[in-house]
Design a protein around this ligand. Structure first.
Ligand code: HEM
Length: 145
C-alpha cells in the first residue's frame, strides 16, 4: 500500500503504460532503450513496476496466510473467514490495478483501488489479532494446573 501511495505521489501511475506487462516486457530494465526513450524517469518506472511485483508477492503471502488460518484455526470463524476475505478480494484488487492503468487513472477506479486495499488490510488485521488472541487464550488455559 505504501509503495502504491508513493507511486501515485511521484506521478508514476502511468509510467508503465500497459498492463500486465510494462512496455510490452516483464522486466523493462533489461532493455536499456525502453527506459532511455521513456518520458518518465527510471525511478518512476521502477516504483510502478516494483508496486506490481510486490503486489504479486503479497498475493502469495495472503494465499499462505489463508491456508495457514484454515490449518491452525479450523474452528475459529473470524480467523478463517477474514483470511479468506482477503484472498477473495485479491483478484479484484489486481484487476482494479490493471484498470487504473488502462483507464488512464480514472478517479473512480483509483479510489476503488485504494478502498479495496483498505478492506484487504482490515481483513488481514482481523486475522492476525483474532488468531493471536485465540492462541494466547489457549496458552493461558493450558497453564492452569
Ligand atoms: C495487493 C495488491 C495491491 C495493493 C494492496 C495495492 C495498493 C495500492 C495503493 C494503496 C495505492 C495508492 C492509492 C492512492 O494513493 O490513491 C496504489 C496505487 C496504484 N496501484 Fe496498486 N495495489 C495493488 C496491486 C496493483 C496492481 C496489480 C497494479 C497493476 C497495474 C496496481 C497499479 C497501481 C497504480 C498504477 C497506482 C497509482 C495510481 C495513481 O497514480 O494515482 N496496483 N495501489
Amino acid at each position: 500500500m505504501l509503495l502504491g501511495a508513493y507511486t501515485s505521489a511521484i506521478g508514476a501511475g502511468l509510467s508503465c503504460p500497459d498492463w500486465p506487462t510494462c512496455y510490452g516486457t516483464w522486466v523493462p530494465f533489461l532493455h536499456s532503450g525502453i527506459v532511455a526513450s521513456s518520458s518518465y524517469s527510471t525511478l518512476q518506472i521502477f516504483a510502478e513496476w516494483a508496486h506490481r511485483g510486490l503486489a504479486m508477492t503479497a498475493g502469495f503471502i495472503i494465499l499462505g496466510t489463508t491456508i495457514g488460518a484454515w490449518l491452525a484455526y479450523p474452528n475459529n470463524r473470524l480467523v478463517t473467514w477474514s483470511a479468506t476475505g482477503a484472498l477473495v478480494l485479491l483478484p479484484t484488487q489486481v484487476l482494479l490495478g490493471g484498470l487504473t492503468v488502462t483507464e488512464n487513472l480514472q478517479p473512480f477506479v483509483v479510489t476503488t483501488h485504494l478502498g479495496v486495499a483498505t478492506l484487504i488490510l482490515l481483513c488481514l488485521l482481523t486475522t492476525f489479532l483474532t488468531g493471536w488472541l485465540s492462541s494466547r487464550e489457549k496458552m493461558q488455559y493450558e497453564q492452569v494446573p
